[in-house]
Design a protein around this ligand. Structure first.
Ligand code: FES
Length: 162
């Protein structure tokens, strides 16, 4: 654990060395750190706060304000439920609820085994297939609760074959 925290600090410091100590650099710094670590760990945010001479709570506030930032590590598989108008009309929220119940997490969270993370997206451009869920960057159409079970089963079977 301490070793991992040390590594996060080191990686963050390396990124910070490329920036000036201006508060205006906060967002680009958060983007670079997330680009490197896949999310914004607490230790990284504290390091950034110290570097910019601002309270940690302010860094946290910015990181939570913009939904481009993740505060938890991503899962191996990403599940993005489309809640654009067409998908919403065709039951996107029912699909989202099905994913939440099956994975036992809320949107913006990752399962404890880090297998899946769940979130929502706006229209992904394939409204004729509504309701759409984007699974690992591939849009899948007509994803209703029974199909959620099918997708999860295929992941489970795929894992057993490995
Ligand atoms: S609204 Fe979901 S794909 Fe367009």
């Amino acid at each position: 654990m301490a070793e991992k925290q040390g590594k996060v600090k080191q990686q963050t410091k390396r990124i910070l060395n490329r920036f000036g100590r201006k508060r205006g650099n906060l967002i680009p710094i958060l983007q670079k750190v997330q680009g490197k670590l896949d999310y914004l760990p607490r230790e990284a945010m504290l390091e950034i706060a110290q570097f910019l001479g601002m309270p940690g709570i302010d860094v946290y506030g910015v990181a939570t304000f913009y939904n481009q930032f993740r505060l938890v590590p991503p899962g191996r598989h990403s599940i993005r439920v489309c809640l654009g108008t067409a998908c919403h009309m065709k039951g996107g929220y029912i699909t989202l609820d099905a994913w939440k119940r099956r994975l036992e997490i809320d949107r913006g969270q990752t399962t404890p085994d880090r297998e899946f993370d769940l979130d929502t997206v706006a229209c992904v451009g394939c409204c004729v297939m509504a309701p759409v869920t984007v699974v690992d960057d591939k849009p899948q159409g007509k994803v209703e609760p029974t199909k959620v079970d099918g997708i999860l089963l295929s992941f489970k079977l795929g894992k057993e074959k490995r």
